[in-house]
Design a protein around this ligand. Structure first.
Ligand SMILES: Nc1ncnc2c1ncn2[C@@H]1O[C@H](COP(=O)(O)OP(=O)(O)OP(=O)(O)O)[C@@H](O)[C@H]1O
Ligand SMILES: [Mg+2]
Length: 249
C-alpha cells in the first residue's frame, strides 16, 4: 500500500514562493487502478513526480508498505519498485529501442517483441530504430510505456498514457492495463482526462488547485461528464434555436 500523509509541495520561482500541492492525503491499495484527474495545472503530474521522488515534498510523508520513503531519492524509490511513465518522455539519441528496453527491463527484456505488441507496436519495425526525434510523439510514448510494463512494480504511475495515441493502439493499451491489474498486485495510478481511461478505474481521485477535491467512483465522474455535456448541448441548442427562429421570422 502507498500512503501519502499531509503532503505539501512548494517551489521558489522568480515571482516568489508558489504552493503546488496542499495537504494531500491518500491511501492507495495494491491491485487497484486509480485514475487521477482534474484541470490543467491542478498538480497531477507534480503529485506523480513527488511520489516518484523527482520532486521532493516540502512537508508530509510518503509510506510504501509501511516504510517511510519520504527521504529516498528517485533511484532509491525505483529500487523499491516504484515506476513512472512520463507525460513527455525523453528521447535518447544514439540508443536503439531494443537497447532501451534491455536497460529498463534487464533479463525480462528477452520478450521485447511481446512488450511492444502490448503497446500496439509491431516489434520488427521498431526494435532497431533509434529513440530519437525520428519517432513520432505517440510512438515514443508507447515505447516508454513498454519500458515500465516489463518490471514487477509495486506502484506504477502513467502520466496521460493515451496522449497522442491512436484509437486502435489505445484499445490495446487499455487491455494491457486490465491484464496487468488482473495478473499483478501493482498499485496502478493513471493520470488522465479521458472517459475511456476513467472507465478502467476502481477509484477516481479528483485534484483541483493542488488539493484533493474528491475521491469517488467512475460512475459518479462519468455521470458528471454526461451532465456537463448535456448542459453544454442544451445551451448551444438554445442559441441555435433562437438564431434559427430569428432567421425564419
Ligand atoms: N518545477 C516547477 N517549478 C515551478 N512551478 C511548477 C513546477 N512544476 C510544476 N509547476 C507548476 O505547478 C502547477 C501544477 O503543474 P502540473 O504539471 O502538476 O499540472 P497538471 O495537473 O499535471 O497539468 P496538465 O493537465 O496540464 O498536465 C502548474 O501551475 C505548474 O506551472
Ligand atoms: Mg500533467
Amino acid at each position: 500500500m502507498l500512503e501519502i500523509k499531509n503532503l505539501g509541495l512548494k517551489f521558489q520561482t522568480e515571482q516568489g514562493e508558489v504552493e503546488i500541492l496542499k495537504d494531500i492525503n491518500l491511501k492507495l491499495e495494491n491491485k487497484k487502478i486509480y485514475v487521477l484527474t482534474g484541470p490543467n495545472g491542478s498538480g497531477k503530474s507534480s503529485l506523480a513526480k513527488a511520489i516518484m521522488g523527482i520532486y521532493r515534498a516540502t512537508s508530509g510523508k510518503i509510506y510504501l508498505d509501511g516504510e517511510d520513503i519520504t527521504d529516498l531519492d528517485i533511484t532509491e524509490r525505483a529500487k523499491k519498485n516504484i515506476g513512472f511513465a512520463f507525460q513527455h518522455p525523453p528521447r535518447f539519441k544514439g540508443m536503439k529501442v531494443r537497447e532501451l528496453l534491455e536497460i529498463s527491463c534487464g533479463e525480462k527484456a528477452l520478450d521485447t517483441c511481446g512488450l511492444l505488441i502490448n503497446v500496439g507496436l509491431c516489434a520488427n519495425d521498431y526494435l532497431d530504430r533509434e529513440v530519437d526525434s525520428s519517432l513520432s510523439g505517440g510512438e515514443l510514448k508507447r515505447i516508454e510505456i513498454a519500458t515500465v510494463l516489463c518490471r514487477d512494480l509495486k506502484v506504477l504511475i502513467f502520466d496521460e498514457p493515451e496522449a497522442g495515441i491512436d484509437l486502435w493502439s489505445f484499445r490495446r493499451l487499455a487491455q494491457t492495463f486490465q491484464d496487468m491489474n488482473r495478473e499483478k498486485d501493482t498499485t496502478i495510478i493513471i493520470i488522465s482526462h479521458q472517459e475511456r481511461i476513467i472507465k478502467l478505474a476502481d477509484e477516481v481521485i479528483v485534484i483541483d488547485g493542488g488539493r484533493i477535491k474528491e475521491i469517488t467512483t467512475k460512475e459518479k465522474i462519468l455521470a458528471d461528464i454526461m451532465k456537463n455535456e448535456a448542459e453544454g448541448c442544451s445551451l448551444s441548442c438554445e442559441k441555435g434555436g433562437v438564431t434559427d427562429a430569428k432567421r425564419l421570422g
